[in-house]
Ligand binder design. Structure first.
Ligand SMILES: [Zn+2]
Length: 265
């Protein structure tokens, strides 16, 4: 009984410190009615089993220009400060895809990154779920269970990011870069472009060396290339890879830009 009393006294305080990616303030009446309206427009669509990996970016490819977009997913957990310091010291624009989970662990860092014009903040999903009702599990990641979760995954994180940064994202990269046509439909109704990628640096695997990563980045370099790396693995080799790749790419005539700078087809 004493323990229960203690818990009841502490509960509101514990709640303050709990991870708040569900963000009850954002899930208000206005949002719930908005979600119903979006759902009504999706439910009428024929559900197709078109599970896909967003492994092609929709950016313009040409030989004439030489811009590359470095994008970094912050899935959950830690923050690679050395990476951000390197990008700042080299004046390299970058695009960060943040999850609601990561933001809740790093709210001050999110605001700080957003206040630097070198960086663009985009949406990697509220709970880092694969955005699909069809298809298989990938990388041990959970999938969205229903239409409500699909819309929450995209829109609640949009609103969370906008609340913190003052700017609504325009790109959504689903967890694991996997989605299906239902998710694509929801994203389009929410005016979001699904962000793909052209080059995986290989930092999803802890053993990829800086040299291997840099080779993965350099080998297909061309205008419009979107590189996918991570912001939440300070123990991996992204900084070492960029220290090798950036001078080589610059020597080849390439510059770096935000994803939003590319012409979207
Ligand atoms: Zn991720």
């Amino acid at each position: 009984m004493q323990a229960l009393k203690f818990f009841l006294i502490l509960f509101p305080f514990l709640n303050c410190f709990s991870q708040d990616y569900l963000d009850k303030n954002l899930k208000n009446e206005e949002y719930l009615s908005f979600r119903e309206r979006i759902k009504a427009r999706i439910s009428g669509e024929k559900i197709k089993n078109s599970f896909f990996e967003a492994n092609k970016s929709f950016t313009e490819k040409s030989e004439a220009l030489g811009y590359i977009a470095l994008t970094f997913d912050a899935c959950e957990g830690k923050y690679n400060e050395e990476l951000v310091n390197f990008l700042i010291s080299e004046n390299i624009p970058a695009t960060f895809f943040l999850t609601g989970k990561w933001i809740d662990k790093n709210p001050q860092i999110t605001a700080k990154l957003a206040s630097n014009p070198l960086f663009e903040i985009e949406n990697h999903g509220l709970k880092h779920r694969i955005c699909a009702l069809t298809g298989d599990k990938k990388y041990g990641l959970k999938k969205t269970a229903n239409l409500d979760e699909i819309i929450d995954e995209i829109e609640l994180n949009n609103r969370k990011i906008e609340k913190l940064t003052g700017k609504r994202p325009v790109f959504y990269r689903p967890a694991g870069a996997y989605a299906d046509e239902i998710c694509l439909n929801a994203a389009s109704l929410l005016s979001m472009e699904i962000a793909g990628y052209d080059s995986l640096a290989g930092d999803s695997f802890s053993k990829t060396s800086a040299k291997e990563m840099s080779e993965n980045i350099i080998k297909n370099a061309r205008h419009g290339m979107v590189v996918l790396m991570h912001l939440n693995h300070p123990e991996r080799n992204e900084v070492g890879a960029l220290k090798i790749a950036v001078p080589i790419l610059r020597k080849k005539g390439f510059s770096f830009c935000h994803l939003e700078d590319f012409t979207i087809r």
